[in-house]
Design a protein around this ligand. Structure first.
Ligand code: ADP
Ligand code: ASP
Ligand code: MG
Length: 411
C-alpha cells in the first residue's frame, strides 16, 4: 500500500509527540507500506511567526511573510526525519520547492497547480520514508508560497492525488469528524462516514478539522480521506462518495464560524454597475467574499452588506472607504463580532420546513438573525458572536444530533 499521512500542529507539538508520530510511521513501515508523511508546524508556531511580522507593520510584505511562516513546517519535517533515522529507519525531508509543489503566486493563499511526483517516487523506491512539509509551495518564478491557514491538509491530499496513494490519513487532535465541533458541545457525535459534499459544506462553513481546499481536491481526485486522532486509537471518519443510506438523516452537522467579519456599505446609489465595481475591486485584491445581501432601495439608495474572512477585514475596509467616495456611498461599517451558524445535510434536498425549524430554534433562545443564506444542502445564519456557541448547542439538540448517552442521562 502507498499511504500518505498528515500530522497536524498538536500532533507534532513537542519532541515526545514527534516520537509518537515516528512510532506509528514505523508500524506502517513494518507492514511494508510506502509512506509519505506531511507535517504541520508545531501548534502555535504559525501564529507566533505571523505575530512577529505584524509587530513590524500593519501590512507586512506578503512575499516575505510566506518566506517566514513556511519555516514552521520545515522545522517539524527535519525533526521527524531525524527521529526516524535515530530509530534506524531511513527517511528524507523533501521541501515544497524540492518536490516541487508548484502554486500560483497569491501569497498567503496560493493554489496548487502541479506536483511533480518524480523525486518522491525515487526516494520511496530506495526504501525511504518521505517527509514533506505541509502548507508550502513554490511559484513559477521560484518564490516560496503558502496555501492558507490549515493548508497542510491540502498538501497531503494533493500529494496523495499526485501519487495515486491508496489512502490519505489525516491525524489530528480529535478522533474523527463530529456532528459539530466536539470542543463546543460534549454531545457531539463522531460520524463513521461523511460524503465529500457534506464535508465540503462543513469545512467551508467553519469546521476547521479539514481545510476546504483539501476536501475539494479529495472529491475531484476521489482520494479516500480518513480522519483520525494521533493521540488515541479509533476507527476515525471516512470521507468518501455518497452512500445511499446517508440521505436518511436530514441534518448531519452543525457548524460555527467566528472568523468572519461583516461589512456594510450604507447609502449606495442604486444604479447599474455599482455592485460590479465593488465586488470586482475586492476580487482584484484577492479578497474572497462569502454572503452578500442588498436591501430594497429607498430614494434610489440602498445598503449592501457582505461577509468575508476577518483576516481581510482591514484591507477590505480601506478599499471600501476609497470606493465609497468614488461611487457616492455614505458610510462603511465593519463588524467583527459576528458568528455564522449553519446546518448541513444531504437530506435537506428533499425535506420541507428545515429553515423554519432552524429560525424557530434560534428564536427560542432569543437570538436575532442578521443575515441568511441557503443552498441545496445547507442553511447559514449570521448572528451576534456572543450567542454563537449557544446557537450551536440549540441547533444540535433541536435537530436530534445529540449523542445518545447524554440524551439518556438527561431523561
Ligand atoms: P490540526 O492542527 O491537526 O490540523 P485543527 O485544529 O486544524 O487540527 O482541526 C482540528 C479541530 O477542528 C478540532 O480540535 C476541533 O475543535 C475542530 N472542529 C471543528 N468542527 C469539527 C467537527 N465537526 N468535527 C471535528 N472537529 C471539528
Ligand atoms: N501551520 C499552518 C497553520 O497553522 C498550516 C497547517 O497547520 O495546516 O495554518
Ligand atoms: Mg488543521
Amino acid at each position: 500500500m502507498l499511504v500518505v499521512q498528515k500530522y497536524g500542529g498538536t500532533s507534532v507539538a513537542t519532541i515526545e509527540r514527534i516520537t509518537n508520530v515516528a512510532r506509528r510511521v514505523i508500524e506502517y513501515k513494518k507492514r511494508g507500506d510506502g509512506l509519505v508523511i506531511v507535517v504541520s508546524a508545531m501548534s502555535g508556531e504559525t501564529d507566533r511567526l505571523l505575530g512577529l511580522a505584524h509587530a513590524i507593520g500593519k501590512f507586512p510584505d506578503e512575499r516575505e511573510v510566506d518566506v517566514l511562516i513556511s519555516t514552521g513546517e520545515q522545522v517539524t519535517s527535519a525533526l521527524l526525519a531525524i527521529t526516524l533515522k535515530e530509530t534506524g529507519y531511513d527517511a528524507v525531508s523533501v521541501l515544497g520547492h524540492q518536490v516541487p509543489i508548484v502554486t500560483d503566486s497569491v501569497f498567503g493563499k496560493a493554489r496548487i497547480s502541479d506536483i511533480d511526483e518524480t523525486k518522491i517516487r525515487t526516494e520511496l523506491a530506495s526504501g525511504r520514508v518521505v517527509v514533506v512539509p505541509g502548507f508550502q509551495g513554490v511559484d513559477e518564478s521560484g518564490n516560496i508560497t503558502t496555501l492558507g491557514r490549515g493548508g497542510s491538509d491540502t498538501t497531503a491530499v494533493a500529494v496523495a492525488a499526485a501519487l495515486k496513494a491508496d489512502v490519505c490519513e489525516i491525524y489530528t487532535d480529535v478522533d474523527g469528524v463530529y456532528t459539530t465541533d466536539p470542543n463546543i458541545t460534549a454531545k457531539a457525535r463522531r460520524l463513521d462516514r461523511i460524503s465529500y459534499d457534506e464535508m465540503l459544506e462543513m469545512a467551508s462553513l467553519g469546521a476547521k478539522v479539514l481545510q476546504i481546499r483539501s476536501v475539494e481536491m479529495a472529491k475531484k481526485y476521489k482520494v479516500p480521506l480518513l480522519v483520525k486522532s494521533s493521540l488515541v486509537e479509533g476507527k476515525g471518519t471516512l470521507v468518501c462518495e455518497e452512500v445511499p443510506d446517508m440521505e436518511q438523516v436530514v441534518v448531519s452537522g452543525v457548524t460555527y464560524n467566528k472568523n468572519e467579519a461583516k461589512v456594510t456599505v450604507n447609502g449606495v446609489p442604486d444604479r447599474p454597475g455599482v455592485a460590479t465595481r465593488i465586488f470586482t475591486t475586492l476580487a482584484d485584491a484577492n479578497i474572497v467574499i462569502d454572503m452578500i445581501v442588498q436591501n430594497v432601495s429607498h430614494d434610489r439608495k440602498t445598503d449592501i452588506t457582505f461577509t468575508l474572512g476577518k483576516a481581510d477585514a482591514k484591507k477590505a475596509q480601506k478599499i471600501m472607504e476609497g470606493l465609497a467616495i468614488e461611487v457616492g456611498a455614505v458610510t462603511v461599517e465593519v463588524d467583527e463580532r459576528i458568528a455564522k451558524v449553519s446546518i448541513v445535510g444531504l437530506g435537506m434536498r428533499s425535506h420541507a420546513g428545515i429553515a423554519a425549524k432552524m429560525f424557530a430554534l434560534l428564536f427560542n433562545e432569543g437570538i436575532n438573525i442578521e443575515m441568511i443564506s441557503t443552498s441545496e444542502i445547507k442553511i447559514s445564519c449570521v448572528i451576534d458572536q456572543k450567542y454563537g456557541e449557544l446557537a450551536v448547542r440549540a441547533l444540535h439538540t433541536g435537530f436530534g444530533l445529540d449523542a445518545e448517552e447524554d440524551v439518556q442521562e438527561e431523561q
